[in-house]
Design a protein around this ligand. Sequence first.
Ligand code: NCD
Length: 311
Amino acid sequence: MYNLVSCEQYTRERLEKLYELTDQIAANPAAYADKLKGKIIATLFFEPSTRTRFSFESAALRLGAGVISTENGNAGSSTAKGETLEDTIRVVMGYCDAIIIRHSEDDSSERAAAVSSVPIINAGAGSGEHPTQALLDLYTIRAKRGSLDGLKVAVMGDLRHGRTIHSLLKLLSLYDGLTVYGLSRELFQLTPKYVKFLKDKGIKYIVCKDFSDIPKDVDVLYHTRTQAERFDKSFSERVWDAVHGAPQSSEQFVVNKKILSKFSEQTMLLHPLPRNEEIDTNVDNDPRALFFEQAHNGIPVRMAVLLTAIS
Ligand code: NCD
């Protein structure tokens, strides 16, 4: 059975197959309008979401499937009555043909997949992974670049807690000649687990202090917001100290017109959204600012994921 729990499940061939299907869907969506007729998708969201839940539901409806949903699973499902995640899955799997789950625990999708008789699709698991976001991120890069080999990619912001970054690095690692630049406050650097992952894959990882450490011809600037909801009290205190006592100013990590002007006309500015202050709205009309297009690519990519999971 198909479960999408981690981007480590992908091979280059499997990913290319998914993207070929995505291209076909994007070119002729009407041809797919009835492909999941009679099927039911459940979206089980225990954390806030705009893009992921709406685009999954829209993708399901565009394939002719029906949708059942809880947008606030902690309050709006039997979790509020003390039901375990496993029991919730055992029940919901009897009502649908696939479960899309977002949850605060890193291992939530694995735990769901271990008990489910229908496909489980990870729509964001704690600070762990967010595979379908990375699928659409890479699809966006592929659509502009064609080839994914030899890319120079700068990941920025909260590399420590950012699940979209973790999944993206796993997908990027399938391609050759990759160089990754990491720009963040020291506290938000990539954890040793992911630094080791990149090293084991033979990928060059360069820690940057500011934008000038990133080459002008970098292919992708991928920014992310600070994942404050993941901080415990002691981490919040360390962040407060770092922000108020450090030589680094918060402007040091903001992409604005001036910063973007230092990069090549070919550089792509991506962000999984929602953004906070890390990308200034004064770059929104720059042709390199692709984050809204990126969010819209969620539809054909998630249609392809649903088709692959269910049919
Ligand atoms: C991301 C997430 O939920 O991890 N959002 C998304 O799905 N597009 C990024 C974030 O919340 O910062």
